[in-house]
Design a binder for this molecule. Structure first.
Ligand SMILES: C[S@@+](CC[C@H](N)C(=O)[O-])C[C@H]1O[C@@H](n2cnc3c(N)ncnc32)[C@H](O)[C@@H]1O
Length: 383
């Protein structure tokens, strides 16, 4: 029993550590500058963001007028190990929180921003002053722990139009399902692994979600707490970790998803391995999608970053457990051939993962596939 408890605590601690990745301002600016028109007169909610350390808070506070925001709300979580402790966002600390309250979760609501000290520019000193002066803006303690699922945070969610944050990855499923439940727009940092969560994948199929402007196979650096033992670099005394699989996800329009992929490859039986699950082929990269093929095509997950719903339809993904019509599990012939060719790993007859055999008779199970089909109307319009 003691062992079980210890294991549970270790797993929780590991999860919590993984959640303490703080987004750099430059990455936020690079992505959010593309949605400028979407924020006008909107209430933005950053619900996993300690204003003292969150660059999302900094971005929206400083660009409040440029974006034409109606309001911004920012709540922080009591479980954050660096709550008001480490990365002092307000270079000027002071009256904002009373000392005895400095470890408690709180919220900041901002409804107007102006050049308080009349020095010609809006900066964090102005933001601090307008909060202290209570000019239409407030800082107040939360009743609970600031969990995005708590009643008071859900009330704030209801009041908001767009949620923008980098939520804890360990709670990503719950996070997105809550936003969905209240039908809110969002711009979030996520991980490529989350794309095949069933609920997230369904949203792709229904064209309710798409990847953001930042290409998702370039990786992003995040700052991490000082006591993080493993990191990739140090800048100005701060530790940074690189996450190769991070990506932006949004419900807002993203122009690149209106672009048509230029298909220049020609289909031939010799070149394209045949899917064993249904009538279709496997391609190794979206560049290999042939121009003259209209059955199912299994593409790598990176295709989602190029997906134009007018050009293709997503019909499923075995990893998301959403199977296209007529999808079959692995046959005995496939499993036998796979092992005969020296492959290892555990597969069995009936396994529903995407599997294929090339014209040379090579059996393979490609990594994480999305199954798509060309849209006929697109072809008619574009010939
Ligand atoms: C990946 S970090 C990102 C922090 C910040 N949003 C940013 O982008 O810099 C996730 C944050 O969510 C906080 N968090 C963890 N569980 C939470 C919960 N249940 N409700 C709200 N915030 C939570 C963590 O403490 C952490 O600060």
């Amino acid at each position: 029993m003691a062992n079980n408890n210890t294991n549970k605590m270790l797993t929780e601690a590991k999860k919590t550590k993984k959640d303490e990745f703080y987004t750099r301002l430059e990455d936020i600016e690079k992505e959010l500058c593309n949605y400028k028109n979407c924020f006008k007169n909107k209430v933005v909610f950053c619900n996993c963001d300690d204003p003292y350390e969150s660059n999302f808070f900094k971005y929206f506070a400083l660009n409040f007028n440029a974006l034409g925001l109606k309001k911004m709300i920012c709540t922080c979580y009591a479980g954050s190990p660096i709550i008001t402790e480490q990365l002092s966002l307000f270079d000027v600390k002071g009256l904002v929180l009373k000392k005895e309250d400095s470890k408690k979760p709180y919220k900041i609501e901002i409804c107007s921003v102006h050049d308080f000290n009349k020095d010609g520019a809006i900066d964090l000193i102005d933001i601090k002053s307008i909060i202290e002066e209570n000019e239409n803006n407030s800082l107040s303690l939360l009743k609970g722990n600031g969990d995005f699922r708590s009643d008071e945070c859900v009330e704030l969610l209801k009041e908001s139009d767009i949620v923008v944050t980098n939520p804890p990855f360990s709670l990503f499923r719950e996070f997105i399902s809550l936003i969905n439940q209240y039908n809110k727009d969002f711009v979030l940092i996520s991980n490529i692994n989350a794309l095949t969560y069933k609920d997230v994948f369904k949203m792709f199929m229904e064209d309710k979600i798409r990847t953001g402007y930042t290409n998702f196979n370039v990786g992003m650096y995040f700052s991490v707490p000082d006591n993080t033992p493993k990191f990739h670099r140090i800048e100005n005394g701060k530790k940074f970790v690189r996450v190769a699989s991070s990506c932006w996800l949004t419900s807002l329009p993203v122009e690149k998803h209106n672009d048509y992929l230029i298909l220049y490859k020609e289909y031939s039986e010799e070149k394209y391995p045949k899917l064993q699950n249904c009538k279709g082929i496997n391609v190794e990269t979206y560049n290999d999608i042939p121009d003259n093929y209209f059955d199912y095509i299994a593409v790598p997950i990176t295709f989602l970053d190029k997906y134009n719903p007018n050009q293709f339809k997503i019909v499923g993904s075995a990893e998301a457990n959403i199977l296209p019509d007529g999808w079959k599990g692995m046959t005995k012939e496939f499993v036998d051939l796979y092992y005969k060719q020296g492959n290892t790993g555990s597969i069995r007859i009936g396994n529903r993962l995407t599997c294929c055999i090339s014209s040379k008779g090579i059996a393979s199970i490609p990594y994480k596939r999305v199954i798509i089909i060309r849209k006929r109307n697109e072809v008619d319009e574009n010939v």
